[in-house]
Design a protein around this ligand. Structure first.
Ligand code: HEM
Length: 518
């Protein structure tokens, strides 16, 4: 199946069909409301799942927003859920052991559909997200050291500096300024990825990248017309041409920089680009050619900046609706940093900051559906007999709200990620970064970046949702607020610091590594 069809059908599959009838309500399943004093409204996407499958029209309509919201309750109670749609059945695997089998133990039987079609190659070429199997394996090996903990730590100063410059811009704004925090976080993470990728050439690249990536993201809007015979292929071809045209400026700049880095390799800045240009396969010493480096650069941009931006956007949203958790965060930041700029050495001492981010990615997984896998041979998953060719979907959205895995899953509660609770949880119950050999290569980078951003900004500011702002979810590969998110910026007075030891934030100093389990 072509990937365009595939993506479209993920939404439709995810939206379910008319296969199930006996669905029971779970006692005590409550709607989560905003805190005392705020309006008693369910937060975006936090209503309990519907009891019944959606109608055909509602299913089609849901593809404009977040189709995961219409998946019926049964999927959140059972280890698997078989959804049938016009294009064939899809098995949603919602049990950690089953997920582990698909993504790790029997991964060879569930290859990731290669995004080999022209639509994706118009954007990514053949980077890690889209490269065919053998090429993916080699590139992953070559690139792994560029994403290792030590290397990521070396990017922390650039992340912090960029965020501090951003905070200074916010500081210059009048008190109670309105801002679209979704757009702000996009701009910030784009700046950070440009700095870590291109060092001093970041400014030039940021302009090209912002424009090209916005266009590519907008191109992921598909309608029914895109899957019709004749008209569909014609529309897709037009989109591909437009995408190629929009990437021209960025491509030219990247190729020029690659050429320069190759010439001055000893004195080249220690950024991502230099590392990719110099990276070698440990087995045969072969590196990436200029085209391959270009494809990986674009892939890293696409995979790495939007996901981080939406994570931060949802962090601000949830904090604005949960004053007690926000106060806890402020207490930790004030106690550990006391107003100073954080460094990477502070990360192990900011466990609650990290827990806020982890819980945010549980509630709003930035990638709510991990790409479809297709069974090559017969297998058994959670007692279900898998036949060759069956499509299998692993969805962090469902897993993260599954009734057997989480208490009161619609409630925002960062303490779920306290060390002892996380250690008891099966590894494949929580999948913001996927799992197995295709696990996100940028997970450590993303956690380091988001913790540092939150530590810098939440020390000085808090954001309130603008009165009357309606937040609705939209899934376009990533999960984002459909029309941005208007907030009011407030400067923050540091909270009086508790006596050290008297009221410590949970798990203080208990976590050594910024990212332990991804
Ligand atoms: C909060 C931020 C992020 C989230 C939630 C996230 C999530 C994911 C997920 C779920 C996958 C697996 C997709 C699948 O199996 O189909 C993935 C893959 C990937 N991510 Fe991330 N990601 C994030 C940040 C980043 C960053 C910062 C980078 C790079 C700088 C990055 C680069 C990649 C790449 C290259 C892949 C493909 C890996 C492969 O197939 O070998 N991601 N990401």
């Amino acid at each position: 199946m072509s990937n365009v069809l595939q993506i479209y059908s993920i939404w439709l599959y995810a939206a379910n069909a008319y296969t199930r009838t006996s669905i029971r309500a779970i006692p005590g399943n409550t709607i989560v409301t905003t805190p005392a004093g705020a309006s008693k409204k369910t937060l975006a996407g936090l209503a309990p799942p519907p009891l019944k499958p959606a109608s055909f029209l509602a299913t089609v309509r849901s593809t404009k927003g977040n189709p995961f919201e219409i998946i019926p309750l049964q999927a959140y109670e059972q280890p698997f859920y078989l959804s049938k749609w016009l294009l064939g059945p899809v098995l949603m695997v919602n049990d950690p052991e089953g997920v582990r089998r698909v993504l790790l133990d029997n991964v060879a039987n569930y290859p990731k559909e290669e995004m080999g079609d022209e639509f994706f190659s118009a954007m990514f070429g053949e980077g890690l997200l889209s490269a065919p199997g053998a090429k993916w394996r080699t590139h992953r090996k070559v690139m792994a050291p560029s994403f290792g903990t030590r290397t990521v730590e070396s990017y922390a100063p650039a992340m912090v500096e960029t965020t501090v410059a951003f905070a200074e811009r916010w500081d210059a704004l009048p008190q109670s300024s309105e801002m679209d925090i979704a757009a702000e976080m996009q701009a910030l993470t784009l700046k950070i990825i440009c700095r870590t990728m291109f060092s001093s050439d970041a400014e030039e690249l940021a302009a090209h990248a912002g424009q090209a990536l916005d266009f590519a993201q907008a191109s992921l809007e598909f309608g029914l017309l895109d899957v019709l015979p004749l008209i569909g292929p014609w529309r897709i071809k037009r989109k591909q041409e437009a995408i190629r045209a929009h990437f021209k400026g960025m491509d030219a700049a990247i190729y020029r920089l690659i050429g320069e880095r190759e010439k001055i390799h000893n004195e080249a800045p220690k950024d991502f680009l230099t590392r990719l240009v110099a990276a070698k396969d440990p087995d045969d010493g072969v590196g990436l050619n200029a085209n391959e480096v270009r494809d990986e650069v674009i892939t890293i941009f696409m995979a790495g900046h939007e996901t981080t931006a939406v994570t931060m956007t949802w962090v601000w949203y949830l904090l604005s609706q949960h004053p007690a958790e926000e106060a806890m965060l402020h207490r930790e930041l004030d106690a550990v940093l006391g107003g100073r700029i954080p460094t990477v050495e502070d990360l192990p001492h900011l466990p609650y900051t990290r827990m806020v981010i982890e819980e945010t990615m549980r509630v709003y997984p930035p990638a709510p559906g991990i790409s479809l896998r297709e069974a090559k041979e017969a297998d058994e998953l959670c007692g279900f007999k898998v036949t060759p060719g069956l499509q299998v979907l692993v969805s962090p959205w469902i897993l993260h709200r599954h009734r057997r895995l989480w208490d009161d899953p619609e409630r925002f509660d960062p303490t779920r990620f306290a060390k002892e609770s996380s250690e008891k949880r099966p590894r494949f119950a929580y999948l913001p970064f996927g799992g197995g050999p295709r696990v996100c290569i940028g997970a450590t980078l993303a956690m380091t970046e988001t913790i540092l951003i939150l530590a810098v900004l939440a020390q000085r500011f808090r954001l309130r949702l603008k009165e009357g702002e309606e937040v609705t979810l939209q899934t376009r590969i990533t999960l984002r607020p459909k029309n941005g998110m208007m907030t009011i910026l407030e400067r923050r007075e540091p909270v009086a610091q508790p006596d050290r030891g008297q009221e410590p934030p949970p798990q203080q100093a208990a976590i050594r590594q910024p990212v332990g389990r991804f």
